[in-house]
Design a protein around this ligand. Structure first.
Ligand code: SIN
Ligand code: FE2
Length: 205
């Protein structure tokens, strides 16, 4: 993997490593993701209020993040197939320990597939038991317009996440509000059929 450059964005604890994954590493990771996805297909969850997400999701790891009419939670099985989630690819486990230095491995890897108009509204990641453990996020495919603001409120700022970029919510930014406003369609040819795949690694319990 190519060396990473860390950029401070003004939000303390938010870290961004542009181009952390080389083009070759992105293609290798995508192949692993798509082969695991064959076992645990993308599906479209609904919010607790019953609205379908525009993003399709699956998970890797002992636990996966799910949403349905009963709420948000982590569970060990795919809600459609009923099977255990596939393991987290080793490349991602290595990236987690290399970039976060967290002593324990991630338990969950949420895989988000954005196509066309898919987006994700402003939210905080707070379904995890230990909110001191970092969240590490890997972008593949089309560039996304990512919005981030401090946990307590106040202004948000917009940055672009391109294919191969990795970012982390750590320390004071662990509960930062964040969103994906939109994709820049056609900015990458990596994902077959177009769009963007985001991989989010977390400690869940
Ligand atoms: C998320 O907040 O779960 C996804 C963020 C992203 O797609 O970059
Ligand atoms: Fe999130």
């Amino acid at each position: 993997m190519s060396p990473v450059q860390e950029i401070q964005t003004g939000i303390e604890g938010f870290r961004l490593w542009p181009g952390a994954l080389s083009v070759r590493a992105q293609a290798a990771l995508l192949a692993q993701v798509l082969s695991a996805e064959a076992e645990a297909p993308f599906y479209r969850p609904v919010t607790p209020g019953g609205r379908p997400f525009s993003v399709r999701m699956t998970n890797f790891g002992a636990l996966g993040w799910v949403s349905d009419r009963e709420g948000y939670r982590y569970q060990a099985t795919h809600p459609v197939t009923g099977k255990a989630w596939p393991p987290i690819p080793q490349t991602l486990l290595d990236l987690w320990s290399h970039l976060t230095g967290w002593p324990e491995p991630p338990q969950a890897c949420l895989v988000n597939l954005y196509r066309d108009e898919a987006r994700m509204g402003l939210h905080q990641d707070k379904d995890e038991a230990d909110l001191t453990a970092p969240v590490l996020s890997v972008s593949l495919g089309d560039t996304a317009v990512f919005r981030i603001g401090e946990a307590e409120g106040g202004p948000t700022r917009s940055i672009r996440l391109a294919s191969g970029d990795v970012c982390a919510l750590t320390g004071p930014a662990r509960l930062a509000r964040h969103a994906i406003d939109r994709l820049i369609a056609g900015s990458s040819t990596l994902v077959p059929g177009g769009g963007r795949i985001n991989l989010t690694l977390r400690r869940a319990r």
